[in-house]
Design a protein around this ligand. Structure first.
Ligand SMILES: *Cc1c(COP(=O)(O)O)cnc(C)c1O
Length: 389
């Protein structure tokens, strides 16, 4: 068993925290109502807009990603509203479960886990159910590794209804372009421990002008997650409740890193990492859960083999010092998932893929390791951008 310092964390969140961010977070505490905190909160909120692709305000909310999912739901859904949720994996299901516990009529559009939601399928569902007030989508469905076509889905919704478009971007924001404004997304949320490279505990919510109309007139009781309080506070350059100040220090540094690399190059790197992973697994004869056309740049899911299970592979890799994730919900035991988002660069991935080959060899199901690494290297060689990191 490797010691903690040598373990490579390649799960789709929490993700490794870069040294620069660790250092930034270790600064002495400051008062959350101080001038310095105000400057920090204003700065973070402004710079997060780029990452979301919006000119609307972005609010930091203390809590894990699910707090932001719940904030999106309780603020936009009025008592008795009919809402549609695309359920294509564990996180779509979580959104639906949150809404189910509210006084709302929830229509679940079930999509096979591992497939994308096709716009036609959504169009049919919207035509069947009149008066849908909000549609809840998952951008990257972390449990399957599918990046859903939220742009086309949002367009489909806009053409057919006035429903708000609400997107879970927890495992995509900072790793894939969300383009919130361009795509007509009304509410988008993310969490700190995925592509933003931070420890868990901080979420963010972006809200369009169209969504505010609904939020302002929504009589649903809410307090800690009431976005009207967050808006009022942000106008005073603060947050309604004590924010996790050290995570804010970390987020400012995370934004520095994203800006230095350049957001477009960050997205390209994630594309490259996804492609390296998929080519490597294919070269080893491992079946991917998803098609190339909808594969996420932040996480890859693949099946166990004829002579080995996904969980046997995970256990062997863990022994060798690389942690990967298993399946969730109905995919438990059937798949393994490799996270390649946030603080993950090509050499990190080669280490993980090389370890995966070693593990398969030790399980006695791979006689000649190397094909996977070679395929990954070929992707990297063909697409090297810069060497001056
Ligand atoms: C990680 C994740 C969440 C939030 O999970 P938390 O454990 O509450 O942070 C929500 N949606 C998606 C798509 C995720 O990947």
């Amino acid at each position: 068993m490797s010691t903690a310092d040598h373990v490579h964390l390649r799960i789709p969140g929490p993700t490794p925290v870069p040294w620069r961010i660790q250092t930034a977070m270790s600064r002495p505490a400051i008062g959350h109502r101080s001038k310095e905190a105000s400057v920090l909160i204003r700065d973070i909120s402004r710079r997060l807009r780029n990452v979301f692709g919006t000119s609307s305000p972005v609010f930091p909310v203390s809590g894990s990603g699910t707090a932001a999912l719940e904030a999106a739901a309780v603020n936009t859904v009025r008592p008795g509203d009919k809402v549609l949720v695309v359920v294509a994996g564990a996180f779509g299901k979580r959104f639906a479960d949150i809404l189910q516990r509210m006084d709302a009529e929830v229509v679940r559009l079930e999509i096979p886990w591992g497939s994308p939601c096709e716009p036609d399928r959504l169009a049919k569902e919207l035509d069947r159910h009149r008066e849908i007030r909000a549609v809840f989508l998952t951008h990257c469905e972390t449990s399957t590794g599918v990046l859903h076509p939220v742009g086309e889905l949002a367009e489909t919704i806009r053409q057919r209804s006035d429903a708000l478009v609400i997107v879970d971007g927890v495992s995509s924001v900072g790793g894939a372009p969300l383009n919130m404004d361009e795509r007509g997304i009304d509410v988008a949320v993310t969490g700190s421990q995925k592509a933003l490279m931070l420890p868990p505990g901080l979420a963010a919510v972006a809200v369009s002008p169209r969504a505010w109309h609904v939020i302002e007139s929504n009589p649903r009781p809410r307090y800690y997650l009431d976005l009207l309080m967050y808006r009022h506070s942000l106008e005073q350059e603060t947050t309604p409740f004590t924010p996790p100040v050290s995570l804010l220090f970390g987020l400012a540094e995370s934004l520095n890193m994203l800006e230095e690399e350049g957001l477009q190059e960050v997205f390209r790197r994630h594309e490259r990492l996804g492609k390296m992973t998929r080519r490597a697994l294919e070269a080893l004869g491992i079946r991917l859960l998803t098609d190339e056309s909808c594969a996420s740049p932040t996480v890859t899911a693949a099946m166990g083999g004829d002579r080995w299970t996904a969980d046997e592979l995970r256990a062997e890799m863990r022994n060798l010092g690389v942690v990967i994730a298993g399946g969730q919900g109905r995919l438990k035991g059937r798949i393994f998932r490799i996270g390649h988002m946030g603080h993950c660069h090509e050499p990190d991935l080669l280490a993980a893929l090389g370890t995966l080959e070693t593990a398969l060899a030790r399980l006695g199901v791979l006689s000649e390791p190397g094909a996977g690494i070679k395929a990954a290297q070929e992707v990297w060689i063909a697409d090297v951008q810069r060497v001056d990191r």
